[in-house]
Design a binder for this molecule. Structure first.
Ligand code: ASP
Length: 307
């Protein structure tokens, strides 16, 4: 088993499948009255969050607690980071406290890679800048597999702000490893031509959402990340929504079995219409629940658990 999960590229098909299978076992726990396993008793998991998060932070905390680990939550606000402490000094402090795993979210792409060279424990990337978010890709793959029964051969369309999306990057890598066919769709300013080839040569690019929907098994809508945009990438929110938003008429173009995903947080009414987000095709709430199982599997396996 790998020691760190810094990128979806750390996972070969066998390891990814083992994590998804283990997540399935973990999901069975959620239905029980006592949702706890003693597996990580005595181990310490630190959640090191330098960027805002709702789902991911809570999900990692729930995952570690369900495995009986001791959990330390560190957020940059209110810590010595606001006094200017560097990531390295913070890492050495965690090291001195004996962290077995450090879950890190950071605005700088590559921060988990640096951290892994400073601490002895496992490092898990919970989102680094615009780079990657591998556990999101795992929970998305798990959701696709549980709804559609497989991943190999699925046609997955990822729509929107690909340029700023770590979710898109990790999904392209993991889905390609698992044999799905990915198409990236969005305005040319947010889906540069070379992005697909740079990530994974088999990935396709389209600028016409309506033309790809009839063949899609999965449509993954991305949030428009205005907080990471220094320039204006499209004329107006209305124009964006008209061309790349998933509304009810567009959803009707999908095959009967197709599902609609979104990693959250959603801009309802912009990239996704509320009626679509709340429809039976939407897996958005399921993705959150599956996130806990996927992260339990990652923590369990990285910290030495057996299949
Ligand atoms: N929650 C995801 C992330 O942290 C997606 C998003 O923020 O749009 O990358």
């Amino acid at each position: 088993m790998i020691k760190h999960l810094r990128s979806a590229a750390d996972l070969d098909a066998e390891t990814a499948t083992l994590i998804l299978d283990t997540a399935g076992e973990m999901a069975a726990l959620a239905g029980r009255e006592v949702k706890k396993l003693p597996t990580l008793r005595g181990r310490t998991v630190v959640n090191l969050f330098y960027e805002d998060s709702t789902r991911t932070r809570i999900s990692f905390e729930a995952a570690a607690k369900r495995l009986s680990a001791d959990v330390i939550n560190f957020s940059a606000k209110g810590s010595s980071v606001s006094k200017g402490e560097s990531l390295k000094d913070t890492a050495l402090t965690l090291q001195a406290m004996g962290a077995d795993a450090v879950v890190i979210r950071h605005p700088a792409s590559g921060a988990p890679h640096r951290l892994a060279s400073w601490v002895d424990g496992s490092v898990i990337n919970a989102g680094d800048g615009t780079h990657e978010h591998p556990t999101q890709a795992l929970l998305d793959a798990y959701t696709m597999r549980s709804r559609l029964g497989r991943i190999a051969g699925l046609r997955v369309v990822i729509v929107g702000d690909v340029l700023h999306s770590r979710v898109a990057r990790s999904n392209v890598l993991l889905l390609s490893t698992l044999g799905a066919k990915v198409t990236l769709v969005g305005p040319p300013t947010l889906v540069p031509v070379d992005i697909a080839a740079a990530l994974e040569p088999s990935t396709e690019v389209s600028y016409d959402l309506d033309s790809v929907l009839p063949d899609a098994d999965v449509v993954m809508m991305l949030r428009v990340q205005t907080e990471r945009m220094q320039d204006s990438f499209f004329p107006s929110a209305r124009e964006y929504s008209r061309r790349y938003g998933l509304d009810v008429p567009r959803m009707r173009k999908l095959p009967e079995h197709a599902i609609v995903m979104h990693p959250g947080p959603m801009n309802r009414g912009m990239e996704i219409a509320p009626e679509v987000a709340d429809s039976s095709r939407s897996t958005i709430v399921e993705q959150v629940a599956n996130g806990v199982s996927a992260r339990m599997a990652v923590l369990y396996l990285l910290l030495g658990g057996k299949a």
